[in-house]
Design a protein around this ligand. Structure first.
Ligand SMILES: C[S@@+](CC[C@H](N)C(=O)[O-])C[C@H]1O[C@@H](n2cnc3c(N)ncnc32)[C@H](O)[C@@H]1O
Length: 429
């Protein structure tokens, strides 16, 4: 590989881009994941450090990149993910090892046939009429998607590995079949139109072929199935296993106002899990780390109370200064975003995560947090240093930061010029 392409690959290892070429990983595109190949290398490096079989944990599993990478190199792995929809996506992907591809193929053919018949007959008992869906799909596509959904819910929604893959297959064709643009971080932009739009029935067949091919590929590659993903909160995981994990590889939400609940609004609306944006908090956001201002605003957090939390004591001076500045600056901004309470809540949450991880990890273990710093309203939040200090206070022994790339985030209310970076926070002990 040339120097430039190796460098590009290195800087992209904090993103999901390369995973779209990999079997199973590519079944669902998710934001802010990282490269599975890099995870595999880290696991193998850790094994070479003297450990034959290691246990891997990803407390912010998302769509399951770490867990699947562990399976690819025959390591055992456990993950946590409280976002109900993303948990289901990851669970469906991890079900590859229990899937009978012959049955899956037969079921997929049956769904398609029934959906085609239903579409011609014009039957639409559960018509998809949410405004977001109407903005994102043509009537023809919506009718076809509606038919696929109806047949699935009527005959195939019983939770087997095959059924969950049928659900994933329908879920993952929604964006390719939508006329709306999606930003690279996956919010839907109904007013931006795409040039290339797939037909739902063809997209369903193509995606199903990919699923079936990939299960064959990873079977031949000798992946070890059986990684677990628990629908639980990394701040207080409902999981007990003292000194279990040798290696933690993860990427928590960054304090950059990205709303993971909103990231699946299209899909959750399609499946009838929410009727609109206002339901995202009760259905999803309330379970997640407080990393966006929608979250802190909704909870009406009080800065004084947040800053009194003992978990913040190692970073109290610097964090308080930044939060107080944000508290003042917001008064000069039309939108008045609650970044001041978001920042305090974010570091409280991650402090609690480190305390929860300490008993689960071996004393000679290692953790890698892929993180990004941020500067809401231009006020710099030193994420790498502050998270490192919070980890030490929770009982880990040392930390260091390895930069991967510079980031230049344009905040909605102001284009600031604070240099930002993304990289790996290594935590030992
Ligand atoms: C940067 S993404 C991780 C992406 C992941 N590496 C992948 O392969 O898809 C962060 C994830 O943390 C999840 N998350 C948010 N709050 C959480 C919490 N309290 N406990 C565990 N996970 C949480 C989000 O739902 C999101 O899926």
């Amino acid at each position: 590989m040339s120097n430039t392409s190796a460098e590009k690959q290195h800087s992209r290892s904090g993103t999901f881009t390369d995973n779209m070429k990999l079997p199973v990983h590519r079944w669902f595109r998710y934001s802010a994941g990282f490269s599975a190949k890099w995870v595999e290398q880290e696991i193998q490096r850790h094994c070479r450090d003297g450990k034959e079989k290691i246990n891997v944990l990803d407390p912010f599993s998302g769509s399951g990149t770490t867990l699947l990478a562990a399976e690819a190199v025959q390591a055992k792995a456990v993950g946590f993910e409280p976002h109900p929809f993303i948990h289901r996506v990851a669970q469906a992907k991890l079900g590859w090892g229990n899937t009978d591809t012959y049955q899956l193929q037969k079921m997929a053919e049956e769904i398609l046939k029934k959906a085609q018949e239903r579409n011609t007959e014009g039957e639409r008992p559960n018509a998809l009429d949410a405004p977001l869906l109407k903005k994102c799909f043509t009537d023809d596509s919506l009718n076809k998607l509606d038919a696929l959904k109806d047949v699935f819910l009527a005959d195939f929604d019983n939770g087997t590995a095959e059924h969950e893959l049928l659900w994933l297959c329908i879920t993952s064709i929604l964006r390719p079949c939508s006329t709306a643009g999606t930003a690279q971080w996956q919010y839907v932009l109904p007013n931006k139109k795409k040039a290339k739009v797939s037909d739902p029935f063809s997209a369903f067949s193509l995606k199903m072929n990919q699923l079936i091919d990939d299960i064959g590929i990873v079977g031949r590659q000798g992946w070890l199935s059986g990684a677990q993903i628990l629908r639980t909160d990394a701040r207080d995981p409902q999981y007990t296993a003292e000194d279990s994990f040798d290696l933690v590889i993860t990427s928590p939400p960054y304090p950059n106002n990205y709303d993971y609940a909103d990231a699946t609004r299209l899909e959750m609306t399609f499946w009838g899990e929410i009727t609109g944006w206002s339901e995202l908090h009760s259905s999803v956001r309330q379970y997640l780390l407080r990393s966006c201002s929608q979250h802190s605003a909704k909870e009406r957090l009080q800065l004084d109370i947040l800053l009194e939390d003992d978990v913040l004591s190692p970073i109290a001076d610097e964090l308080t200064k930044a939060c107080r500045e944000l508290e003042q600056i917001r008064l000069t901004k039309g939108g008045k975003k609650t970044y001041h309470t978001m920042a305090a809540a974010y570091f409280t949450d991650l402090g609690n995560v480190f305390h929860a991880l300490r008993p689960l990890c071996k004393k000679d273990g290692r953790m890698c947090f892929v993180i990004g710093d941020s500067a809401p309203y231009g006020i710099y939040l030193a994420v790498d240093k502050w998270l490192g200090e919070l980890a030490l206070a929770a009982g880990f022994t040392s930390y260091s930061f390895e930069k991967l790339r510079d980031r230049n985030i344009k905040w909605k209310n102001r284009k600031h010029r604070v240099p930002l970076q993304e990289g790996r926070l290594w935590i030992e002990g």
